[in-house]
Design a binder for this molecule. Structure first.
Ligand SMILES: Cc1cc2nc3c(=O)[nH]c(=O)nc-3n(C[C@H](O)[C@H](O)[C@H](O)COP(=O)(O)O)c2cc1C
Length: 329
């Protein structure tokens, strides 16, 4: 069993990566139904949250059925991050996660996210500030380092463990790499092999098949895997990986009917969360993901993004299930 503070997870947990504009409550709900063991909110700006900005406050929405769930915070100011940890803790997530990995200019060039990899003393202070401000376990998600000359994840792991973080997720790229090239898990393995390190180490980067998950589990010895992009339009990947790790056999790919069912669940959760108008609207960006690669799908997509109500969408989804019934994706 893997433990994060008092949170008990399975032997080799599969984590849904925090993803802006993706890992919102409806998407987390379908990931949970399809095997995710631990999930995170999209990152929440501490600058936004401290000003009570609606976009940031909304990201604090969490639901009982998705536990354990962590709220991820990012920011550049040590005190503000502490205050926001306190605010986020009031909605009672299972843990608070700090983002020290975001590479995008708007974040990293303003001293937040991966920028902290260039200033470890400040990263330590910020982490202490968050830990002091919450009764919940604090975890961190970060990258190997800023660039190839500063791959300082070993030092980061030791220093953050020493001040009390309860788990570390490592994306096997540097900030400068952004998302380019293959993720390098060998340094993640080194962190895990360090006898000083006792907290769970979760590997992240490029896991997109059950075979790869097994290979990386065996090769790099991590405590669990965090999966991001491969879950988009494909949330059953969690169960597929679990089944493969357990039996060595691959599950049959979802039938079109199953694919449509998960898409419909996503839509239902979206409407439950946002109401019938915004819920339908927000779901529009997901249809292409669920039906990737289907021939002659464009007319259906057009209808899906124009239909205004659940009932209309439901009947289009039924048509899709019927018309593509022979196809396995
Ligand atoms: C659309 C998108 C949004 C992301 N948003 C966040 C975020 O809010 N917080 C974070 O720590 N990482 C974020 N990431 C990075 C992912 O959590 C993950 O580290 C990265 O995608 C690599 O994992 P993967 O190869 O399994 O996708 C985002 C990635 C994508 C593609």
């Amino acid at each position: 069993m893997v433990k994060i503070g008092n949170i008990e997870l399975s032997d080799f947990p599969l984590l849904l990566a925090p993803m802006e504009d993706v890992s919102d409550p409806p998407f987390r709900a379908v990931c949970k139904e399809n095997g995710a063991d631990l999930m995170y909110t999209e990152f929440v700006s501490s600058e936004g949250l401290i000003r009570d900005a609606a976009k940031s406050v909304q990201k604090l929405d969490i639901f009982e059925y998705e536990r354990p769930v962590g709220i991820q915070l990012f920011g550049s100011d040590v005190e503000t991050m502490g205050s926001c940890a306190e605010i986020a803790s009031r909605v009672n997530p299972d843990l608070i996660d700090i983002n020290y990995g975001c590479p995008v200019k708007n974040v990293a060039c303003r001293g937040a996210g991966a920028a902290l990899l260039q200033d470890i003393p400040k990263m330590v202070k910020m982490t202490e500030s968050v830990i002091k401000s919450t009764h919940l376990p604090v975890t961190v998600k970060t990258r190997l380092g800023w660039d190839d000359n500063t791959r300082n994840i070993q030092e980061v792991a030791e220093r953050l463990q020493d001040i009390g973080i309860k788990a570390l997720s490592i994306h096997g790229r540097t900030r400068v790499q952004m998302y380019k090239g293959a993720a390098d898990w060998s340094l993640i393995a080194k962190v895990k092999e360090n006898p000083r390190i006792t907290i769970p180490i979760f590997g992240n980067g490029d896991i997109d098949t059950p075979e790869k998950a097994l290979e990386y589990k065996n090769t790099y010895g991590v405590d669990g895997i965090m999966i991001g992009r491969a879950t988009i339009g494909n949330p059953w990947i969690f169960n597929e990986i679990k089944h493969y790790l357990k039996t060595g056999e691959k599950l049959a790919p979802p039938t079109m009917e199953q694919r449509v069912d998960v898409c419909r669940r996503h839509l239902e959760f979206s409407i439950r969360w946002k109401g019938p108008v915004a819920g339908v609207f927000e779901m529009r960006r997901h249809y292409t993901n669920y039906f990737k690669g289907l021939e002659h799908f464009k007319p259906y997509r057009m209808r899906l993004v124009e239909a205004p109500t659940f009932d209309e969408l439901d009947s289009i989804l039924k048509e899709i299930a019927n018309d593509y019934t022979e196809m396995v994706c």
